[in-house]
Design a protein around this ligand. Structure first.
Ligand SMILES: *Cc1c(COP(=O)(O)O)cnc(C)c1O
Length: 370
């Protein structure tokens, strides 16, 4: 028998595949039509009707390859973001792009730095590239931004071996964020040769006055890469479209590892239409903010600590009973995301659902607690 583990590249040996949480297809079958899915940070308010229409309009063209340049979507993004087209790269979800950054810039002897409780893909990307990973302790549980990124400590952990730093703002799974001033101070400390990735998958949700997109600093720092996605605020997770914004020279190097038709035709046109529907986005964000506050208050009333969140999910501490609560909710057809894999076994991550989903979650929780 071939030992495939032994013949895999060193970085791949011992790597564990991304853990998507529960087998949702099996759960859907078991709870037909009534499963409450709050485990994957999907947007229950759905995509813009214009995006749905754009999907239908592509159906007669499916025998064609998609535009390998993604030109129309890139032009729309460039106009929206005030950047050049040569500063954009499209990905099959931003997950793909995050993996490619490590493939291109990190490797044996070229270290990756990321925060404790940062998004799981960063560690995967480092390991798959064969790069050492330095995990920097997050803020303490009792801090102003509990378990959030400690940018001072991250800057202090950068060494001559560091090639790449992954940050998320706001972060998943904590929901926490760092402010514009802290980030500016951080960038001033980072050597120019170190690539800083700021994953802004939830940026559209972030409405706190101290939050700012890293894009504002990009003209000053060519080593700064920002990723965004259509999966969360734009509610197009099923179509897999994300993008990176970086210096044109950086994009040119990254483009070498991009699979030529990585973003499909349906995704390209839906994303472009979604981007054009500002009103739908605002409506969706307002629903989320209102439901998030409602849900956080309801959980607080029940004695649970919800981390501050500028996203469409809450990281909630359920204590030593977490596993029992999670199992009880699953049995009642409510799916949350267990956090043991992140080193937070006493927490669950709850996607903010629509009003009816949140009501059903709270009703099921009260049953489990009774
Ligand atoms: C969901 C998520 C992504 C990945 O989104 P894609 O669907 O691959 O675009 C990236 N980063 C964070 C922090 C996320 O939560």
């Amino acid at each position: 028998m071939i030992d495939f583990e032994a013949i895999a590249n060193p970085g791949i040996r011992g790597l564990r595949a991304y853990d998507p949480g529960h087998d949702l297809v099996a759960l859907r079958r078991a709870h037909e039509g009534v499963l409450v899915e709050l485990g994957s940070n999907e947007n229950p308010h759905g995509p813009s009707p214009a995006a749905t229409q754009a999907v239908l309009e592509t159906l007669s063209q499916l025998y064609r390859y998609p535009d390998p340049l993604g030109g129309d979507l890139k032009r729309a993004l460039a106009a929206r973001l005030g950047v050049g087209i040569s500063q954009l790269m499209l990905g099959n979800g931003s997950h793909e792009l995050l993996m490619q950054f490590a493939q291109v810039f990190a490797g044996p002897g070229r270290e990756v730095v990321a925060s404790q409780f940062g998004f799981a893909v960063y560690a995967l990307a480092a390991q798959a590239a064969g790069a050492p990973l330095r995990v920097v302790p997050a803020f303490a549980r009792g801090a102003a931004m509990p378990r959030g990124h400690d940018l001072d400590a991250i800057a202090g952990a950068i060494s001559p071996q560091t090639a790449l730093v992954y940050l998320a703002n706001p972060n998943n799974p904590t929901g926490t964020w760092f402010g514009a001033d802290a980030f500016a101070a951080f960038m001033a400390r980072v050597p120019e040769s170190v690539i800083v990735v700021v994953d802004e998958a939830y940026a559209e949700f972030a409405d706190a006055p101290d939050h700012a997109s890293a894009l504002v600093l990009q003209p000053r720092y060519p080593n700064l890469l920002v990723t965004r996605t259509f999966s969360k605020a734009h509610a197009l997770a099923g179509l897999r479209v994300g993008y990176a914004v970086a210096h044109p020279d950086c994009i040119a190097v990254l483009e070498r590892v991009r699979e030529s038709f990585n973003v499909n035709m349906v995704g390209l046109s839906a994303a472009q239409a979604a981007l054009g529907d500002e009103a739908h986005l605002r409506w969706s964000l307002a629903r989320n903010a209102e439901q998030r506050e409602m849900l956080a208050a309801a959980l607080r009333e029940r004695g649970y600590f919800a981390h501050p969140s500028l996203t469409n999910f809450l990281l909630v501490e359920f204590g030593p009973e977490t596993q029992r609560i999670e199992a009880g909710l699953i049995a009642r057809g409510v799916v949350l995301r267990p956090m043991a894999g992140y080193g937070l076994p006493e927490c669950l991550r709850i996607t903010v659902g629509d009003a009816s989903e949140n009501r059903r979650l709270l009703a099921a929780l009260d049953e489990v607690l009774a």
